[in-house]
Design a protein around this ligand. Structure first.
Ligand code: SF4
Length: 193
C-alpha cells in the first residue's frame, strides 16, 4: 500500500495553523474549473510513490512542526494509504489537516472503511469543490466561500484569531526552481484549493 505524493514542503506556515509539513497527493478526478494544481490531476503521471510508515517517520522527525496539511490532488482518492500515514502522524502527537474536494456528506455516504478511517484521524477538514466564482475573502486557508471548515477535535477552534488573519504566501528558490505556496491571488502557485 503506497501513497502517490506530488510534492512536499517540510516546514511551512502558509498551509494551515502553525508550522506544518505540507503534502500534496497526486491524482484528482473532480476537475474543478480554475483548479491551480492541474498537474496533479492524473493519478499515474507525476509524483512519486511513498511508503506511509517511512513518510510518517520523516514527518515526525521534522523539528518544530505541529502537524501535517494534506492537499492535492484529492486525498480521499487514496484513503487507505493516507489513513495509515495520518494514523501514525496522529499517534506521534501531531495534528492532521486535510483539504478535500468532496463534501463531508459525500464522504460519509461512501460508507467506506478506509474513508472512515482517514476521517477518524482528522483534526481539521476543509471540504467542498473549489468554486472559482466564489473566492473566499475573509476566512484564512480557504479557497472558495462554499467550502466548510470542520473542527473535529478540540485542537483548533474557528474563533482563534489566526484563522481570520491575512493569508500567507511563501516563495522558495531551491535547486534552480522557484515555487510559491500558500494562498496568493494569482493561480500560478503550488497549493490546494
Ligand atoms: S481544486 Fe482540489 S478537488 Fe478541485 S480539481 Fe483541484 S485538486 Fe481536485
Amino acid at each position: 500500500m503506497l501513497l502517490r505524493v506530488a510534492q512536499t514542503i517540510a516546514d511551512t506556515e502558509a498551509e494551515g495553523p502553525g508550522k506544518r509539513f505540507a503534502l500534496w497527493v497526486q491524482g484528482c478526478s473532480l476537475r474543478c474549473p480554475g483548479c491551480c494544481n492541474p498537474e496533479m490531476f492524473a493519478p499515474d503521471k507525476g509524483g512519486a510513490l511513498s511508503e506511509p510508515a517511512e513518510l510518517a517517520a520523516r514527518i515526525l522527525a521534522t523539528p518544530g512542526i505541529e502537524g501535517i496539511s494534506v492537499l492535492g490532488g484529492e486525498p480521499f482518492q487514496q484513503p487507505e494509504a493516507l489513513a495509515e500515514l495520518c494514523r501514525l502522524v496522529q499517534a506521534g502527537g501531531r495534528s492532521v489537516m486535510i483539504y478535500t474536494g468532496y463534501t463531508l456528506a459525500e464522504l460519509k455516504a461512501l460508507s467506506s472503511p478506509h474513508v472512515d478511517a482517514l476521517l477518524a484521524t482528522v483534526d481539521l477538514l476543509v471540504d467542498g469543490r473549489y468554486e472559482q466564482g466564489q473566492p473566499e475573502t475573509s476566512r484564512r486557508w480557504v479557497g472558495s466561500r462554499n467550502q466548510v471548515m470542520h473542527f473535529f477535535s478540540p485542537r483548533y477552534a474557528r474563533t482563534e484569531p489566526r484563522f481570520w488573519a491575512s493569508n500567507t504566501v511563501e516563495l522558495r528558490f531551491e535547486n534552480g526552481q522557484l515555487t510559491i505556496n500558500g494562498w496568493p491571488q494569482a493561480a500560478d502557485a503550488v497549493r490546494g484549493r
